[in-house]
Every structure is written in structure tokens, then in C-alpha cells.
Design a protein around this ligand. Structure first.
Ligand SMILES: Cc1cc2nc3c(=O)[nH]c(=O)nc-3n(C[C@H](O)[C@H](O)[C@H](O)COP(=O)(O)O)c2cc1C
Length: 450
């Protein structure tokens, strides 16, 4: 006879240590003998922007009127050395995502959406596509350890160069692109065989440390006539030291990507267990820039900080900026805006053993939304013009949300947000973000460094 009582009523208790997800992972490993890889970022609960709140103005501060008083959103990136720094209308930029991981249409749509709101988009592993260049007003060209798709002519076509040392989802690790996504075009751009799994290197082949990187950065400046800002991107781990060394190497802009940051494909164990949360990385980066005397928010001559990893809305943008970022970058949220994980494809996700809102098998190349795939039929489902329109809408909303918060804090520019505008609602977040616990003046750990 079936027992209709709930599991709790039957006295069954799930182990906190061996919960159902853990049991399924052990069973999967035992069954297949291969480790799990997936896309997206860390899924575990971590201290994050949700653990911070803004102190809106009342008596002791003076708020700005939403419809009448300006709150500017622009940002200049890379003015320290470059003849042509990037001047963006919104500080919400699109992070580097590879052609190979994403379809050509998705890359084009990212360019269309970003350009419509006057922000930048970024290439990725696998190089620059003509569609992407054509549709992107401000295009950052990634210079990656793999050198897949790297081409000096494309470097010259870019508006800025991002030297990638690592990603928040996998600091210390390289990327993966499985054979099913290596179409003729992807293979051609990477000069590697079609249909064969590719691993991207975890470190650059021709330099090993900051002194060598300084030489490499000078080389990049020379071949692009000192025109373009040079970014250095690091995955968040020893962020204080990494940012200091990136600046010593000559970076005009430092990009810090926290462990919630998305990826196209990496080992699950890497995504969930390596790196530090975005919230913990920002104050370390800011401290490093301040100690070097180059943290001048909104100033052209400083080194700008771009933060990424789990940014989902205008509140996250405002919080990252209040903690010291000059701009942010988004990956996963941009893909969702394009149509990734859309309930329209619920039945297709079910067929793949997933569900809308859970789909993270970007490595498989069977994305029903036509975004993380190279399959011609699936890619054809995706309309780059419509995708670009949706992304532009999302970027507009995000920027307006950040402005709304900034005005409430009495700020006439997003760059004027500051840590003093924030409190934390958990001890962990207070300690990591270095802002007081709400209702107190207490910042745990202050004075002890890190
Ligand atoms: C599909 C996908 C592909 C990516 N490809 C690259 C890449 O080629 N190079 C790189 O530096 N980062 C890559 N990333 C990481 C992003 O640049 C960025 O650091 C991350 O997505 C930011 O976190 P978020 O996704 O939570 O916004 C990729 C991310 C995704 C989701």
C-alpha cells in the first residue's frame, strides 16, 4: 500500500552533508567515470550583493528628484595611456564570451544591444566575427592564453584590448569547447580541426609573470599605435596582489571577475570550489588601487576597475559601483536577456533532461534558444535583431535602476556612489564588503587587513 504521508511525516530526514544533489553527483561519477562539466557560474549560496542595502537619504542626506534632476551614467575607460579611451554612456558593459561557445547570431546580438545603449561588448576565445565587429560601436578584443582566433589585424580593428589572465568561474584553469560545437567556421577561425574537443590553455605561452606582462603590454601598445586602452582581466582569488601586479604591468583598466561569474564550460568542482565571491574581491581591488594612488573614480587619469560575477540588475550595478567599481560587466544576465532559459522552450529543455531556468549545459551545443550552440537549425531559431532589442531593453532598465538608487542617495552621477551609502545584513557580507552591519557602526575585521 502506498504511504501518502510526506517525507517529514514518515520521519525521513535528508542529510545536510549528503543531500540529494550530492548523492546524484556521486551516482553520476560512479556511473560514467568522467567529471561533470557545465556552463553558468557558481550555484551555491554565497555572500552577494543581496546582502547589502543602500541608506537612502532623509534628514541627514538630500535626495535628488527623479524627473527633474540629472544623474549621469557615463564612464571613460583607459584614459591613462590610450590616445582613444572608451567613453561609454552606461557603465554596464558586456563581458567577453567566445564565438564557439555562443552562436554567431548571439555574438551579433550582443553587439547590437550594447551599441544601442552606448556601451561596449567584448570578443572571447575564438576571435572576432565580422558580424560582431560590424554591429559593435565599442568592441573590446580579448587576448587570451589560448590565442584561438587571435589575429593582429583584428587587434587593430578593436577599440580596446583585454589581456585575459583568468575568469572568476575558474581562476587558474583554462576553457573547454567540446567537439560538437567545433563547426567548420569555429574550427577555421581557431585553425584547429573540426569536431574535436578543444581545451584552452590556463596560462599565456610567452610570458610568466608581471615583468614579462609589462613587455607584452608594451608590444600590444606599439602594434596598435598607443591608440587603445589595455585591460587586464583576473579571476578573483588573491585579488589584492593580482590587481597591484596588473597595474605594475601597465594595465589601464583592471577587470575583476568574482566566483559567481559565468563560464561556457568548466568542471563543476572548479566552478563551485575555486576563487572568492565577487563581494569579497571588490574591496581588495579598491585597496590595491588606492595604495597605488590610481583609484580616481570618474577620473580619466586613474586605473579604472570593472567588476563582474553575478550582476543581475541595477541594484547590483549600484552596489558594485558604491564599493568602488567604475563599471561592471555582465555575461549570464545578458544571455538570459537574449532569450537563454526562456520558458518558450520549456518542452525542449525537458527533453534535454533540464528545465527553463536551470539549463546550464552550454557545453553540449544543443541549446533550444539557439544561443550556446553552433547547430545550424538551432542557431536559426535565434533572431539577432530581436535579441539585440531585448538586450538593449535590459541594459536600459538596469542603468535606470542604478540611477534611481543613486538619486535616492543624493548622487548626481553613478560614479559618486560610495561605500558610505551601504550597510550589510549579514556578518559575512559586512566583513567581506567592509561596510557596517545594518543598524551598527561595526565593520567586522576592520584593522586586521585580510
Ligand atoms: C557563455 C560564456 C562564455 C564565456 N566566454 C569567455 C571568454 O571567452 N573569455 C573570458 O574571459 N570570459 C568568458 N566568459 C566569462 C565572462 O567574460 C564573465 O567573466 C562572466 O560571465 C561574468 O559573470 P556573469 O556571467 O555572472 O555576469 C564566458 C561566460 C559565459 C557565460
Amino acid at each position: 500500500m502506498t504511504d501518502n504521508r510526506s517525507l517529514e511525516q514518515r520521519g525521513l530526514r535528508e542529510s545536510a552533508t549528503f543531500d540529494r544533489t550530492t548523492i546524484a553527483a556521486i551516482q553520476r561519477a560512479a556511473e560514467t567515470g568522467i567529471y561533470d562539466i557545465r556552463g553558468w557560474g557558481a550555484k551555491r549560496k554565497l555572500p552577494h550583493f543581496d546582502d547589502l542595502l543602500f541608506l537612502g537619504a532623509s534628514m541627514s542626506r538630500y535626495p535628488l528628484e527623479g524627473y527633474r534632476e540629472r544623474c549621469d551614467t557615463d564612464v571613460v575607460l583607459g584614459g591613462r595611456n590610450a590616445k582613444y579611451p572608451l567613453h561609454l554612456e552606461s557603465p554596464v558593459t558586456i563581458a567577453g564570451m567566445s564565438f564557439g561557445a555562443l552562436s554567431a547570431g548571439a555574438k551579433e546580438a550582443l553587439g547590437r544591444g550594447a551599441s544601442e545603449v552606448g556601451t561596449s561588448t567584448t570578443t572571447g576565445d575564438g576571435g572576432m566575427t565580422p558580424e560582431e565587429r560590424g554591429q559593435s560601436k565599442h568592441l573590446v578584443y580579448q587576448y587570451l592564453p589560448s590565442r584561438y582566433g587571435m589575429n593582429p589585424d583584428d587587434l587593430r580593428k578593436a577599440d580596446a584590448i583585454e589581456v585575459v589572465l583568468g575568469q572568476g568561474a575558474k581562476p587558474g584553469g583554462g576553457g573547454m569547447l567540446l567537439g560538437q560545437k567545433i563547426s567548420e567556421r569555429v574550427a577555421g577561425m581557431r585553425t584547429l580541426p573540426e569536431g574535436i574537443d578543444q581545451r584552452s590553455a590556463c596560462r599565456h605561452p610567452d610570458w610568466t609573470g608581471p615583468d614579462d606582462l609589462a613587455i607584452k603590454i608594451n608590444e600590444l601598445r606599439e602594434i596598435t599605435d598607443w591608440e587603445k586602452p589595455i585591460y587586464v582581466k583576473v579571476g578573483a582569488s588573491r585579488t589584492y596582489y593580482d590587481v597591484k601586479l596588473a597595474v605594475h604591468s601597465g594595465a589601464d583598466v583592471v577587470v575583476v571577475d568574482g566566483m559567481q561569474g559565468g563560464t561556457a564550460a568548466t568542471q563543476e568542482v572548479f566552478i563551485e570550489h575555486v576563487g572568492i565571491p565577487t563581494l569579497a574581491a571588490i574591496p581588495q581591488a579598491v585597496q590595491a588601487l588606492e595604495e597605488l594612488g590610481v583609484h580616481r573614480k570618474g577620473g580619466r587619469d586613474g586605473v579604472q576597475l570593472i567588476v563582474s560575477g553575478g550582476i543581475r540588475n541595477g541594484a547590483d550595478v549600484a552596489k558594485a559601483m558604491a564599493l568602488g567599481a567604475d563599471a561592471v560587466a555582465i555575461g549570464t544576465a545578458a544571455l538570459i536577456a537574449l532569450g537563454d532559459n526562456d520558458p518558450r522552450y520549456a518542452a525542449d529543455y525537458e527533453k534535454l533532461g533540464s528545465a527553463a531556468g536551470y539549463y546550464d549545459d552550454f557545453q553540449d551545443g544543443r541549446d533550444p534558444a539557439g544561443i550556446s550552440t553552433q547547430d545550424p537549425e538551432l542557431s536559426a531559431r535565434f533572431d539577432p535583431v530581436e535579441g539585440g532589442r531585448r538586450l538593449a531593453n535590459f541594459l536600459r532598465v538596469t542603468t535606470m535602476e542604478a540611477q534611481t538608487i543613486a538619486r535616492a542617495c543624493g548622487k548626481a552621477h553613478l560614479q559618486h556612489l560610495e561605500p558610505e551609502d551601504l550597510v550589510a545584513i549579514s556578518m559575512e557580507a559586512a566583513a567581506m564588503a567592509r561596510v557596517p552591519l545594518a543598524g551598527t557602526g561595526w565593520i567586522p575585521g576592520t584593522g586586521t587587513g585580510f
